[in-house]
Write a protein that binds this ligand. Structure first.
Ligand code: HEC
Ligand code: HEC
Length: 628
């Protein structure tokens, strides 16, 4: 039911760039159809099991795994850019980032860990990649483009230019499960280990401890930090700053490596001063956010901004604060901002969310937890803006390529066993009780499920206006165009505001959509704020724990979710570096809602499965949910 025809991609003009990388595998039509049919048995389990009683979940799962491989093979460019291409043409200079673990291991972890302490992991497909999956690298000069206006690669190595590190979508949207003997990566699943706040906080710590004016110094008299960093860059073996870059050829390594060294060593004071300034904008934003009564200013009642929140971020709330602080910095008015009243646009409560699954975007006509962003190209621009910061540096080509890739990317199938007969019984229960809300392309919001409302209320009138203006500024080239996978010519930057954002500034328009539940097994903890650790806890509201673990990637198949018991913190933090406790008593982290039966289209839908009399139905439904 969630399968989009993946071979469509090869007909797309945007994607013809893929052929430049020698791909667009020819999949035998018959073969492809057979595989996809078996995988789509997920959508009609009862029929499949009745027709083929000896069918196993393993067979369905292999077919789904094959469908995912086909989708990757059909659009290798989309896959590569989704997991690893930087979201914009600005960030931290590559040469600097690569030596930070030597410079301050207490902040960045040891050099050989390659930023694992933040919940990032080595790219499973590219073991020699220069950075872990999700840390993208781009050139300051933009992408190399062919005569047809399509990108010919990620970086133009022929031009000496600074290379920057910035997030790729894969940092937050490519997850892993620990199966004991191996870890399996799932593209499009949330990276439940990545702690983006810890990452940002690391830059704040760097600024605070090492980037004072005296520590940076001047060109004539470089300070201790500058001297030490230059020395570290010089000490690295030949090729260190170029080996493992995307599509780099052996004969390009020496020159690219030399250029990165020269650019950093000759401009170190300027680069470090710039980094102190840009990190200072976030510091000012944090000061606003943590002021008493502000979004994170409710003492222990607020979640922290310094980390301990793997898999989560506050895309909207942080962006509002960053936009406000950024404008003040450009106008030279940071002190005025910080001394003045709290800006109206800043929410007075925490609006944290989990990173969602982003596969099968074709089944989602509205995006974000509150269903606010309408168009899928714009969903990606919305994703890029908070990452890149500077609107004019957002990479629109990336937004278009990745939008096409995600349209038909299948959800990862449940990697463990499923009792198919039981699951097939659960299918009918799902249709009766869940399917009317959780169906593809459902744009309705359901405030009646009464989950934590903070995120849904993040935008007031002035915040809404600020958001739309920022999104439109990020779509910085009115002539930008591409051809989508349906062959339609798109000129997204000229779209009027009402086609980009739904108005969520009025109470009557606030609530959460009921997203399709594809690959739901991999999307724990559940609800927009990740406040319920497993599906069993979601369906039996009385059992929901007040505190539980985040950031474990070992699985609990009985309850369907990641291992969650808070008392196992010590055991698991040795193994998974970003494990922390989610405390549902904190602001924005409440686990209420989705806990009482509701009436939809005139029929009662059961959301509470606690009644012992329905325990058989409960376990059939739970079994079925594994197969989505
Ligand atoms: C720093 C982590 C992070 C990165 C990097 C990131 N995202 Fe997201 N993304 C999120 C979070 C968190 C949300 C949910 C925001 C909300 O609604 O509050 C989200 C939401 C989305 C959605 C909406 C999904 C839906 O169905 O509602 C899409 C699509 C998306 N991101 C795509 C992307 C793409 C494409 C990229 C790269 C260009 C990207 N994201 C980079 C964290 C991230
Ligand atoms: C009235 C409409 C409605 C019905 C009926 C409904 N849900 Fe939901 N469901 C929602 C909404 C709205 C959300 C999002 C709430 C949030 O994130 O705060 C949600 C969220 C969820 C989530 C979490 C999704 C995620 O990515 O974390 C799961 C799982 C879920 N529902 C399962 C079910 C099941 C199973 C049933 C049937 C037993 C069901 N729902 C019935 C509206 C509904």
């Amino acid at each position: 039911m969630y399968q989009a025809p993946s071979n469509l991609f090869c007909t797309v003009s945007l994607i013809t760039a893929a052929t430049l990388f020698g791909v667009c595998a020819t999949i035998s039509e018959a073969n492809a159809n057979k595989v996809e049919d078996l995988c789509s048995a997920r959508g009609e389990l009862w029929i499949a099991v009745t027709a083929q009683p000896e069918l196993t979940w393993q067979e369905i799962r292999s077919a789904c795994d094959a469908a995912i491989s086909q989708s990757k093979a059909a659009n290798p460019l989309g896959h590569a850019w989704f997991v690893n291409a930087g979201n914009g043409f600005v960030g931290v200079p590559l040469a600097l980032l690569k030596v930070l673990p030597d410079f301050a291991p207490e902040i960045w972890g040891a050099p050989d860990q390659s930023f694992a302490s933040f919940g990032l992991f080595p790219d499973p497909d590219l073991p020699n990649r220069i950075l872990p999956r999700g840390l993208g690298v781009t050139g300051a000069l933009g992408r190399p483009m062919g005569a047809d206006g399509q990108p010919t690669g990620e970086i133009d190595y022929a031009q000496p230019q600074p290379l920057y590190v910035t997030f790729a979508c894969g940092a937050c949207h490519s997850g892993q499960i620990d199966l004991g003997d191996r870890r399996q990566t799932m593209d499009g699943a949330p990276n439940t280990q990545f702690d983006v706040r810890k990452w940002r906080n690391a830059f704040s710590a760097l600024r605070k401890n090492y980037l004072s004016e005296a520590q940076i110094g001047t060109v004539e008299a470089p300070g201790v930090t500058t001297q030490k960093l230059i020395q570290l860059v010089r000490s690295k073996p030949k090729g260190f700053f170029a080996q493992g870059l995307p599509q780099i050829k052996d004969d390009q390594i020496a020159a690219v490596d030399a250029a990165q060294r020269a650019i950093f060593t000759q401009n170190a004071v300027r680069i470090l001063t710039g980094l102190a300034q840009s990190t200072g904008v976030r510091a000012a934003a944090v000061e606003l956010q943590t002021r008493p009564g502000s979004s994170y200013g409710h003492g222990d009642g607020s979640p922290g901004l310094a980390g301990f929140s793997a898999g989560q971020s506050d895309g909207s709330g942080d962006l509002l604060a960053d936009l406000i602080a950024g404008k003040a910095a450009r106008d030279g008015k940071t002190p005025v901002l910080l001394a003045g009243p709290l800006p109206n646009a800043l929410p007075r409560f925490a609006t944290v969310t989990d990173a969602p699954a982003v596969w099968n975007q074709g089944d989602r006509s509205v995006g974000q937890w509150d269903g606010s962003v309408l168009e899928r190209f714009w969903r990606n621009v919305a994703a890029q803006l908070p990452i890149v910061g500077a609107a004019e540096k957002v990479d629109l080509t990336n937004a278009a390529i990745v939008a096409e890739y995600l349209t038909g990317l299948p959800a990862a199938p449940y990697p463990l066993d499923v009792d198919l007969t039981k699951a097939a019984r659960g299918e009918a229960l799902f249709a009766e009780n869940c399917g009317s809300c959780h169906r593809p392309r459902n744009e309705s919001r359901y405030p009646e499920v009464r989950t934590d409302m903070n995120r849904a209320r993040v935008l007031n009138a002035s915040g809404g206006a600020m958001f739309l203006a920022a999104f439109q500024a990020a779509c910085h080239d009115p002539n930008f165009s591409y051809t989508d996978s349906y062959g339609r010519h798109q000129k997204p930057c000229t779209m009027p505001g009402y086609r980009i954002l739904r108005d969520t500034t009025q109470a009557a328009n606030q609530g959460y959509i009921a997203p399709p539940l594809d690959g739901i097994w991999a999307r724990a903890p559940y609800l927009h704020n990740g406040s319920v650790p497993t599906l069993a806890h979601l369906l039996k509201p009385g059992t929901r724990p007040t505190t539980f673990l985040r950031g474990v990637i070992a699985y609990d198949p009985a309850n369907v979710g990641w291992v969650w018991e808070a008392e196992k913190l010590k055991t698991y933090s040795a193994r998974y570096p970003t494990v922390s406790i989610h405390d549902t008593r904190r602001d924005g982290w409440s686990n209420r809602g989705h806990d009482r039966n509701v009436v939809v289209e005139g029929r009662v839908r059961r959301l509470d499965w606690s009644d012992p009399k329905s325990s058989n139905d409960f376990s059939a439904l739970l079994e079925y949910l594994k197969t989505l």
